[in-house]
Design a protein around this ligand. Structure first.
Ligand code: NDP
Ligand code: HSE
Length: 438
């Protein structure tokens, strides 16, 4: 059969990673799909660069339009990132009848619906495995492997940069800025790394996961987002003493009354496998009604791991190219006219357990004051520990674990606690999930 010709929009970390995998594993790939894949061209901003000799035949251009309008190109791979010009270029490629593969989670989470509509209209496929959890084939697993299940919740460490920073800072004592520089040099971080550390990138990925897990529209704006800046060494140490690890998690939960979509630091019992996922590794835990819990683990970022997902997508779209649209696996796992209104819950309606750290005066009655405030909001205490003073102020850190309660009640309790004269400064609050089952 005639070789498949590919054009890349962007040829940085992921683009070169994918092209390297295609070139190095050409024989294996051809044995699997029965055709050769040729990387014809790639667009970049600056063509003056030295590519690995393996990629020497790739034509570099600054003219991205020439790629999406090239009649020889069958599949366009968008790995330039950002909103524009990626969005317009992909739309043009689709209108020209080309299948598209993208690693751009921001684009899929915020503009996926219009891109998928255009693809359906033109009878082409859009694939985006690399957009969630880098090298882990989690989209394919949920969309196809778990297709017979009703999915109850998904919890994932889905930002490699955050997990790398937390591991290096909190386990090895390194400074944030140093570790972030490493993450950039290793090609893990987004072009704007605040997307990583403030949780926006994880929220893009959670948006996609929730959609394919529950058959709901992509709704990035419904995700509650917190980054990693509030996690301290102190809280990490206290959490460990109590048998927990702190991880930056994305959670999509079908509560039966609506869907919780949230991204934030989370205490997880250390006995859970996911609590022991470190460095750039990602893991996604899926709770489904028939199979129970399943866990997907692997590199969440980086050139070849992400390239692995891009190449699998290219092979998939080539394989199904001859099937009619209705005979392909639906892009968002469910038939496009069968997506349901999900009723995303407001943050005050979320239900979870909490870790609280309170700095209190060393006086009789303090514990009683704290207990009274929590009791007034019907918050039950699971554990309470009074620690040694950490400085010369004489103030005592009190660490509390609560049972499940609504976020609204916890907000009220924290406001009241912070107004007590025996409490100094802000109460630290970290959400806690048991992630039972694995
Ligand atoms: P890079 O910054 O390494 O590469 C981006 C590439 O796009 C560069 O070659 C750049 O050109 C090119 N580019 C950017 N803007 C334009 C433009 N306007 N016209 C032409 N070329 C352009 O990014 P990554 O490879 O890391 O990421 C690409 C995408 O993949 C992003 O959406 C990212 O979120 C996603 N992703 C990244 C992962 C990773 O581990 N890095 C993992 C999973 C997804 P030049 O080289 O000249 O600057
Ligand atoms: N910046 C992203 C991360 C890349 O660190 O997870 C992979 O999506």
């Amino acid at each position: 059969m005639k070789p498949v010709k590919i054009g890349f929009l962007g040829f940085g970390t992921v683009g070169q990673g994918a092209a390297t995998v295609i070139k190095r594993n050409a024989a294996e790939i051809s044995r699997r799909i029965g055709r050769d894949i040729i990387v014809k061209s790639a667009s970049v901003r600056n063509v003056n660069r030295e590519l690995d000799p393996l990629l020497a035949e790739v034509e570099l251009t600054t003219d991205s339009e020439s790629i999406v309008n090239d009649p020889e190109i069958d599949v366009v791979v968008e790995v330039m990132g950002g909103d524009e010009p990626a969005r317009t270029l992909l739309t043009t490629a689709i209108a020209n009848g080309k299948h598209v593969v993208t690693a751009n989670k921001a684009l899929v989470a915020c503009h996926g619906a219009e891109i998928f509509d255009a693809a359906r209209e033109h009878g082409v496929s859009v694939a985006f495995e690399a957009a969630v959890a880098g090298g882990i084939p989690v989209i394919k697993s949920i969309r196809e492997g778990l297709a017979g299940n009703r999915i109850q919740w998904v919890a994932g460490i889905i930002n490699g940069t955050c997990n790398y920073i937390l591991t290096e800072m909190l386990e090895k004592g390194r400074e944030f800025e140093d570790v972030l520089e490493d993450a950039k040099a290793l090609g893990y971080a987004e072009a704007d790394p605040t997307f990583d550390v403030e949780g926006i990138d994880a929220a893009h990925k959670l948006t996609i996961l929730a959609s394919i897990a529950f058959g709901v529209p992509l709704q990035f704006e419904a995700v509650y987002i917190e980054g990693i800046s509030s996690i301290s060494r102190e809280d990490t140490a206290y959490a460990r003493e109590l048998g927990y690890r702190i991880k930056h998690l994305g959670l999509a939960i079908d509560t039966g009354n609506g869907i919780e979509l949230r991204v934030h630091p989370t205490l997880i019992p250390e006995r859970r496998l996911i609590a022991n996922v470190n460095g750039v590794m990602n893991a996604v835990l899926v709770q489904a009604d028939a199979v129970g819990p399943t866990l997907y683990y692997g590199a969440g970022a980086g050139a070849e791991p992400t390239g692995s997902s891009v190449v699998a997508d290219i092979m998939d779209v080539v394989r199904v190219a001859s099937a009619s649209v209705e005979n392909r696996v639906p892009t968002l796992a469910f038939q496009h006219d069968a997506l349901v209104d999900s009723h995303p819950l407001k943050p005050e309606e979320f239900q979870t357990s909490y870790y609280l750290r309170i700095l209190a005066e060393d006086k009789p009655g303090v514990m009683a004051d704290i207990s009274r405030v929590l009791a007034d909001e019907a918050i039950s205490i699971e554990a309470i520990v009074q620690k040694e003073p950490v400085d010369n102020s004489g103030k005592l850190p009190i660490v509390l674990l609560t049972k499940k309660i609504t976020e609204g009640s916890m907000n009220n309790a924290i406001t009241k606690l912070e107004s007590l004269s025996v409490i100094a400064g802000k109460v630290t609050r970290i959400r806690m999930e048991s992630l039972g089952g694995n």
